[in-house]
Design a protein around this ligand. Structure first.
Ligand SMILES: Cc1cc2nc3c(=O)[nH]c(=O)nc-3n(C[C@H](O)[C@H](O)[C@H](O)COP(=O)(O)O)c2cc1C
Length: 200
């Protein structure tokens, strides 16, 4: 499985957690990582054909960004607007990303308990991230459960370092696809048909 990570932080030199993640991913020879802010420049312009060719060459596409105003920084959106074009990601013959996986790697300032009904952010991350989920669906990609690190406002350096190791393991887990997970679970339960029926 070939993994591509697209990092969308406006200034990695001022980042804490995304810089730690970026550097730890960059050390993995088997993973391609690209800093969109550097590539797009101040005008956030991307070479559509080159970006699309890179996407075609990978199986799991991860979008890495800090959560800004309940979404991604603008460079992520610019890249999407320019690269996920008609006839490539959607529309007639727009099935070039079909079967690939989309994974989000996100850090938030607010703590996990704020991202619930009744918490001060009121809604869950799954709700805030729905535009990304539907983008994956439209492009016929498999949307994987996002990796979210909450609570940057109070995180310690140790917690950030620990998160890099769990993020890396998650990013490379071959069994994130919900269908793969379900079929593995069903296989495990195949010795007990009654239990298998209960989880399907
Ligand atoms: C412009 C801006 C908007 C932000 N919006 C949110 C937000 O909507 N929710 C949240 O939990 N944190 C928000 N934060 C906090 C960032 O998510 C947090 O600082 C970031 O994840 C830390 O990553 P970094 O160390 O890589 O910069 C925001 C920060 C900035 C600068």
């Amino acid at each position: 499985m070939k993994i591509l990570v697209l990092t969308a932080h406006p200034d990695l030199s001022k980042s804490q957690i995304n810089r730690v993640w970026f550097n730890s991913i960059a050390k993995q020879q088997s993973i391609t990582i690209r800093n969109l802010t550097e590539i797009g420049g101040p005008e956030m312009r991307f070479d559509k054909d080159a970006e699309q060719a890179i996407l075609l060459n990978h199986d799991r596409i991860a979008l890495q960004f800090p959560f800004y105003w309940y979404s991604s920084p603008p460079v992520m959106k610019s890249w999407m607007d320019q690269v996920l074009s008609y006839g490539f990601a959607y529309g007639p013959d727009g099935d070039k990303l079909k079967g690939k996986e989309l994974l989000l790697l996100v850090s938030t300032g607010g703590p996990a308990d704020s991202y619930h009904a009744g918490g001060y952010n009121n809604f869950s991350m799954d709700e805030f991230l729905k535009p990304f989920q539907q983008t994956a669906i439209l492009a016929q990609m498999s949307y994987l459960r996002p990796f979210v690190f909450h609570g940057m406002a109070r995180a310690t350096l140790q917690q950030m370092a620990d998160s890099a190791a769990s993020m890396l393991a998650y990013l490379q887990d071959p069994e994130l696809d919900p269908r793969v997970r379900q079929s593995k679970l069903l296989k495990e339960l195949s010795s007990s048909p009654e239990q298998a029926k209960a989880v399907s």
